[in-house]
Design a protein around this ligand. Structure first.
Ligand SMILES: [Fe+2]
Length: 270
């Protein structure tokens, strides 16, 4: 089984970071002992050097060998995206492990809160899912970005969705992406679009919560369906849990994904 922990929107700063909650999150994630850790942005509030240093220290305390971290709009404020590159090496990280490929992109723009992927990235994304040297065509495909590609309920007036979200969703569907991981709106939610789960995370450890929500993060478990159910089922069993800082887990999705890969092969990059 492959376990992925998905954190988002830490907002490390004196005004918003809840250190006691964050401590519980570190302990909880280390108990889960994920194979891959994905953090979908807004590590900081203002993209400043002290905030980045604190974020790095905090993330380093999570014991995981495969970390996929992308920046959010707050991280790109005040030219903070350069510090992000200094610390995390790339704003477009990728990881392939045990039949799972994760591709991350930077959906932020300096000093603008709106999301944007950009058509110049579409070919790169398609190639990462299909030409990555570590990539196997049967890999489960996960795409990670900060901004929400689909509006999230109970978040008030819709805003800051990537300006090219429609084109990006079509690209990801064409690439056969199985799961999209995103954040930004601080409300957990899962949509299923065609064969693709679009999974929003809440804020892991900041006070920037909305109405009836609370701090939380996601756990995704992936295993061969036959192994999970003691049968000859093909495909992959996907379970998605919402996890509270207390460690309580709520099962949100329990699904077998067994789509015809042939039908999802890239038919040309637009
Ligand atoms: Fe954000």
């Amino acid at each position: 089984m492959t376990r992925i922990v998905h954190l988002s929107d830490l907002h490390i700063s004196s005004a918003h970071f809840l250190s006691e909650v964050a401590e519980s999150v570190v302990q909880g994630v280390n108990e889960i002992s994920p194979d891959i850790l994905v953090i979908t942005g807004d590590l900081t509030q203002n993209g400043s050097f002290p905030e980045y240093m604190e974020a790095k220290e905090w993330i380093d305390r999570i014991d995981c060998r495969n970390k996929v971290v992308v920046p959010g709009n707050h991280d790109s404020r005040n030219v903070g995206y350069l510090l992000f590159e200094d610390i995390f090496r790339t704003r477009s990280p990728c990881c392939s492990l045990d039949g799972v490929t994760v591709v991350g992109v930077d959906s932020s723009q300096p000093d603008i809160d709106d999301g944007h992927i950009g058509r110049e990235m579409y070919g790169w994304i398609a190639k990462r899912f299909n030409s990555n040297s570590d990539f196997n065509s049967t890999d489960l495909r996960i795409f990670a970005l900060h901004h929400h590609l689909i509006p999230v309920p109970m978040t008030g007036r819709e805003e800051e969705i990537p300006v090219d979200s429609g084109d990006v969703l079509e690209l990801l569907d064409r690439c056969g992406v199985d799961i999209v991981l995103c954040g930004h709106r601080h409300v957990p939610w899962v949509w299923k679009l065609n064969d693709m789960f679009v999974v929003n995370a809440g804020t892991a450890c900041s006070n920037k919560i909305k109405a009836r929500t609370t701090q939380c993060y996601n756990l995704i478990e992936i295993e061969k369906a036959g192994d999970a159910r003691g049968t000859r089922d093909t495909g992959r069993c996907i379970r998605i849990y919402q996890v509270l800082p207390t460690g309580e887990q709520m099962l949100i999705v329990d699904s077998i994904m067994d789509k015809n890969r042939t039908g999802n092969e890239i038919r040309g990059i637009k």
